[in-house]
Design a protein around this ligand. Sequence first.
Ligand SMILES: [Zn+2]
Length: 310
Amino acid sequence: MSALLDAALGYAARAIPVYPVHWPRPGWGEPSLACSCARGVLCDRPAKHPLVRHGIHDATCDPIQLERWWSRWPAANLGLATGIVFDALDVDGPAGLAALRQLARAANLRLPGPLVATGGGGWHCWFRPTGLGNRPPRGLAHMDWRGIGGCVLAPPSRHASGRPYRWLRGLDQAPLPEVPAALRALLDPDRPTTDRLAHPTGPADPDRPPAVGHPYGHRILADELAALGRATPGRRNRTLNRTAFKVYRYVAGGLLDDQEVTLAFTTAALAIGLSAAETARTLASARTAGLANPRTVPAGPVLSIREDGP
Ligand SMILES: [Zn+2]
């Protein structure tokens, strides 16, 4: 049995639907590899597009069908449907890896689950399914989320460069983790905060603290991130300190999630050109000060959420 069919059956046994994808083959008279499709070296998605008509919609866990496909196309790459057994963070090439490493260091984000090195020099980080579709995480360049309706190529598929997809941490070595809350926050659709502010869910109960992820907190977070984005080059670090301090006060008040706020500010700070070291240092200081000065939803009707600075 070929390694490709063997792997296809292995994924199917884990209830991950599989479908066959074009593969790289030597181009005639060309030094580089060509796609196995009729367009050859001219293919714009070499070794990445489906061999079957409906692509991901034809994906199956049926071993008979898989054996049929891989006896017809023994070198076919393996496409896996995401959103069912797993979702994947698709980190694109060296630029994506550099961005992810910087983010992970600055925000203390850990990725403990199964991990694939793609043949194109990036990573696929596998997680338990979120129920979300395909979308780029907000503010993260060179990264994509593969969820419901999505797909990834899987080991031992080969990239058009000739390099194989391979496991850095296999499915037997690590369970599928939940998506870290901070990363999840960048994937959720934008919250309709204005609407929820205008229509509160019920009378305030003074004995019950407001829920983490309170709309008021998210509005403050969005406003302060926007203010940070507008900071002029000489004032970026100071603005990071001021805006993050204000938001961490609402973390202390129980309105926002600590990790989500840290990741959101880290992403925004790196995006405006602050270094990872500077960002981590400033955020740590703003966090300590903010957590020591809790704030919560103002009493009385919320007419305006603008407020005085710290
Ligand atoms: Zn092709």
